[in-house]
Design a protein around this ligand. Structure first.
Ligand code: UDX
Ligand code: UDX
Ligand code: ADP
Length: 470
């Protein structure tokens, strides 16, 4: 029997849970939406004028709904009990220990959320996995819930992966390409799918809501991200050929994109993809293939990551070579540290590995990024895997949020790592004057006017191009 959904609880107030639930609250005034998190600090931030993530348009929507039908709280148990539908949007990092190290997803947080649900739920619930999880995770969640639940309580577990991209999350949520819901292929499963679908139908056309079994849904999410990442590695691999041959990657991408079978999106050559999803999901996929004894398939996807690392290394090698094979005590200015524009998120950003290579070469780095916070940047660069002593990092890496002159004064090279629009608007004539000569620009995002920069006097190098420097 379908009943109107009145109350939703979302466990995890992060990059996925926060924006998704804000839009649900905004579009469904008749539904009470509680977003819960263990971190008091994060919840406090959501309840303050400075919400904890920068996402264009999000703050306006949060302020419209907060206190009405959108609530951020640490009262996890109370909100679970009241909910008809519970979203699990906790983090699923790659395991840093034990079996599957560096490959398998760490389900610690998913498991703890499931255990809390089974402990406190006194009425039947629909549980929705929103975090990207391995294939068959819904089955594991079901088993965890089954073995602990209270009498007369039933759980239907659905997979409803989120496809939003950071920086465009609001538009992606308001106008999704599709909503994907996976569930059990039986009466109860279909009923649960219908219930969740009814929430989305408040603003998404029914034809865009596609349903399938749980495993297909889980695998679709991994496959979608893997194929997006693969496109970037494919273009980046072609960019290496362009630099060596004199072809121009922008012209090649454009020509390829006109083929409607290929399409023109996601063909931007870059210094390498970053973000919390692509690398993690490909690692999950590789781990899955290995467990299924599909060695060739695992190798195929692994190559996407190999090319991504190669792209960063290639970029840095070119920089070192242009700077006369030494960066020792040279000031280098990094334009951008976030993994893409319009976000302050730095997870897996290409800039991290690039800074690592620069620091190994003895460079002094000044980062210019409008949204990244100093503490976050230092945290990334002191990740044990990079093997950089934190004191050294703090001594050698500075952050400027907006002061372009300060960031570029005395610098040997500007290195574009993030495609922030504001970088296009700078007065490069003025910047040239205050830099060391020869002044270099390395455009890892193809956003600058290279001919104009060369005419100012810069030596310019760009991904996927051979430029006519004087
Ligand atoms: C991605 C997927 O797009 C989204 O559907 C999924 O839900 C989560 O993972 P996100 O990581 O937020 O989203 O951003 P995305 O726009 O996909 O960019 C990922 C990385 O690829 C960024 O570093 C971006 O700069 C890079 N990129 C993207 C390119 O280098 N070239 C391109 O053409 C596109
Ligand atoms: C291809 C290109 O499509 C065309 O643009 C180019 O000019 C020549 O090469 P063709 O080889 O004639 O054309 O046929 P195509 O339709 O591309 O199919 C190639 C192979 O891929 C076939 O064996 C086809 O069955 C297979 N295929 C195609 C798939 O297995 N799956 C698909 O989704 C599409
Ligand atoms: P994502 O990008 O997937 O949204 P984030 O790391 O931004 O990931 O957010 C996940 C959030 O989930 C974090 O704020 C974390 O504190 C929260 N979280 C993790 N485990 C639990 C749990 N068992 N109960 C409540 N919140 C949790």
């Amino acid at each position: 029997l379908s009943k109107p959904i009145k109350n939703i609880c979302c466990i995890g107030a992060g990059y996925v849970g926060g924006p998704t639930c804000s839009i649900i609250a905004y579009k469904c005034p008749h539904i009470q939406v509680n977003v819960v998190d263990l971190s008091q600090e994060r919840i406090n931030a959501w309840n303050s004028p400075n919400i904890p993530i920068y996402e264009p348009g999000l703050n306006e929507i949060v302020q419209k709904c907060i206190g009405k039908n959108l609530h951020f709280t640490t009262k996890v148990e109370e909100c679970i009990e009241k909910a008809d539908i519970i979203f699990i949007s906790v983090n699923t990092p790659t395991k840093t220990y034990g079996v599957g190290l560096g490959r398998a997803p760490d389900l610690t947080y998913v498991e703890s959320a499931a255990r809390t649900i089974s402990k406190v739920a006194k009425t039947s619930k629909i549980i929705v996995e929103k975090s990207t999880v391995p294939v068959k995770a819904a089955e594991s969640i079901t088993n965890m819930l089954k073995s602990n639940h209270q009498p007369n309580v039933e759980f239907q577990v659905l997979s409803n992966p989120e496809f939003l991209a950071e920086g465009t999350a609001i538009n992606d949520l308001l106008k999704p390409d599709r909503i994907l819901i996976g569930g059990d292929n039986n009466e109860k499963g279909k009923w649960a799918i219908g219930q969740l679908s009814s929430v989305y139908e408040n603003w998404v056309e029914k034809s865009l809501i596609i349903t399938t079994n749980t495993w297909s849904s889980e695998l679709s999410k991994l496959a979608a991200n893997a194929m997006l990442a693969q496109r970037i590695s494919s273009v980046n691999s072609i960019s290496a050929i362009c630099e060596a041959s004199g072809a121009d990657i922008e012209h090649v991408s454009r020509a390829i994109g006109f083929d409607t079978r290929i399409g023109n999106k996601f063909l931007q050559a870059s210094v390498g993809f970053g973000g919390s999803c692509f690398q993690k999901d490909i690692n999950n996929l590789i781990y899955l293939c290995e467990n299924l004894n599909l060695k060739e398939v695992a190798e195929y996807w692994h190559q996407v990551l190999v090319i991504n690392d190669y792209q960063k290394k290639r970029f840095v090698d070119k920089i070192v070579k242009c700077l006369f094979n030494t960066l020792n005590n040279k000031k280098i200015t990094l334009l951008g540290f976030a993994f893409k524009k319009n976000t302050g998120d730095t997870r897996e950003s290409a800039a991290i590995q690039i800074c690592k290579y620069f620091l190994d070469e003895g460079a002094l780095i000044t980062v210019l990024d409008p949204k990244v916070e100093y503490e976050q940047m230092i945290l990334e660069l002191s990740n044990p895997q990079l093997n950089l002593p934190i004191e050294m990092v703090k001594r050698k890496v500075q952050l400027c949020s907006t002061d372009v002159i300060e960031a570029c004064k005395g610098s040997h090279a500007l290195v574009v790592c993030t495609e922030w629009d504001i970088f296009k608007t700078y007065d490069y004539k003025g910047i040239y004057e205050i830099m060391q000569k020869p002044a270099h620009i390395f455009d890892g995002r193809l956003i600058l006017d290279h001919e104009q920069l060369i005419s100012i006097g810069f030596h310019v190098e760009a991904v996927g191009k051979k430029l006519n420097n004087q």
